[in-house]
Design a protein around this ligand. Sequence first.
Ligand SMILES: [Zn+2]
Length: 79
Amino acid sequence: MSARGLKPEGHAVRAATGAVRWTPADPCPLHRGEHYTASGRCVECTRLAKEPAKQARYWAEHSADINRKRREQRRGRAS
Ligand SMILES: [Zn+2]
């Protein structure tokens, strides 16, 4: 699920609760954590995006694990 789909959900949460962050039902597959209600973006991805070198290092270390989790998630939904 893309951040585009999360944005209306985040806005609804912010309107209802005033929260700046929330954990969506279908969060970022990398972090499985909180997203910003304003942008729908993953908090952790946003933080990493501010530091490209850090992000590149993160991906180098975790890409295999992330891809495996994504495959498992897809399989889980297909059944
Ligand atoms: Zn993320």
